[in-house]
Design a protein around this ligand. Structure first.
Ligand code: NAD
Ligand code: UGA
Length: 318
């Protein structure tokens, strides 16, 4: 496989790139190293693969590069690049979400639409496309109504994938990730913040009452599903990827405290705009078509994230 991985320096993109290289693939990685969070962390994410003989890194913005040339050289595309984050997507910053999520995805699809060499175009979609729902679990067939501006841009990007599939036969597969965690998790995300505060003896800030729940999914399980989707994903398909056990934030914190071996102090903040109360994935389609089997328990996944966080603190990266 010769893969293009966009967002290759990010949390999920770098983990995916490493796995692809370990499996014998050649990887062309693109990342603009945007400043949504400290680019030093992104450089560290790349450290293990930058010199790999089958890895080629392009530091570039998808909106400002010759994508046609790049696309001609690969047979699979994993489109991970985006401006992520639910809570930061209000106000002026929405422009960045439009540029990095909607416009960049459209530009990439345009570059792919005439190319016959692309076997699969795997898109990193999100549980945020569902919004607030009446009934759990969330199913791919139900109506989507995003609850945050970020969710709107992921919905639009996913819709663009569907359009290019229906009109031009681009073999898109959209994977709706449910709150991903593990080593390299972004600094704006809950577990990253909680572990950082717990290890530093600082107060953890919870938005709302802590009874919100997420179908937390370990990053290695997401990466495995991406690779499976490149092979077995149905062109035009949409798949939920959830970790399999919905957990309330307050219960996840107990596990975290136990695994970190520390006592934690909590402060409740007002609920964040754009946040939904609960997520839960019906993963029957991914289980059937992708043989998706999330294998990492929350306790084990958190332990791995805590070890990584400690290592990054020692190195002075965090
Ligand atoms: P991340 O921010 O760590 O990685 C995204 C990378 O994309 C960054 O390194 C950034 O520099 C790069 N990028 C952004 N805009 C770019 C552009 N215009 N050109 C080139 N590079 C650009 O985020 P992540 O958590 O690894 O998320 C990866 C993907 O998965 C995103 O599409 C995100 O929306 C999606 N997703 C993530 C989660 C999660 O829980 N982390 C859940 C659902 C969906
Ligand atoms: C995550 C990712 O950030 C999005 O990019 C992704 O699209 C989304 O998952 C998804 O599944 O689609 P989120 O569920 O908000 O979004 O993930 P976290 O940042 O880990 O937050 C989980 C919960 O913890 C939320 O209710 C949030 O309000 C809460 N939280 C977060 C806090 O209480 N305190 C914090 O400091 C941070």
């Amino acid at each position: 496989m010769i893969a293009l991985v966009t967002g290759c320096a990010g949390f999920i993109g770098s983990t995916l790139s490493e796995k692809l290289l370990a499996g014998g693939a050649r990887v062309l990685g693109v990342d603009a190293l945007t400043d949504y969070y400290n680019p030093r962390i992104k450089r560290r994410n790349l450290a293990g693969i930058l010199k790999h003989p089958r890895f080629e890194f392009h530091r570039a913005d998808l909106n400002r590069m010759d994508l046609e040339r790049l696309v001609r050289r690969v047979d699979v595309i994993f489109h991970e690049a985006a401006q992520p984050g639910v809570r930061a997507s209000w106000g002026q910053s929405f422009n960045i979400y439009i540029e990095c999520n909607i416009r960049a995805t459209q530009k990439l699809l345009e570059a792919v639409k005439g190319a016959r060499n692309i076997r699969k175009f795997v898109f990193a979609s999100s549980s945020s496309v569902y919004g607030k729902v009446d009934r759990l679990p969330m199913r791919e067939s139900q109506r989507c109504s995003p609850h945050s501006p970020y969710g709107v841009t992921k919905m639009a990007s996913e819709n663009l994938c569907q359009l290019y599939h229906a009109n031009y036969g681009v073999p898109t597969v959209s994977l709706r990730y449910f709150t991903v965690y593990g080593p390299r998790q972004r600094p704006d995300m809950a577990f990253h913040r909680f572990i950082g505060a717990a290890l530093a003896g600082k107060t953890i800030r919870i938005y709302g009452d802590g009874r919100q729940s997420r179908d937390f999914t370990f990053v290695a399980d997401i990466v495995a599903a991406n690779i499976a989707a490149a092979g077995r994903g149905k062109p035009g398909g949409i798949y939920n990827l959830g970790g399999g056990s919905r957990v309330r934030l307050q219960d996840a914190l107990d596990t975290l405290a136990q695994r970190a071996g520390v006592k934690i102090r909590l402060k409740r903040e007002t609920k964040a705009q754009g946040d939904v109360d609960h997520t839960s994935a019906d993963t029957s389609a991914a289980r059937r078509d992708l043989k998706f089997r999330p294998v990492t328990t929350l306790a084990d996944g958190l332990a791995a994230q805590i070890s990584w966080h400690r290592r990054m603190m020692e190195e002075g990266v965090l």
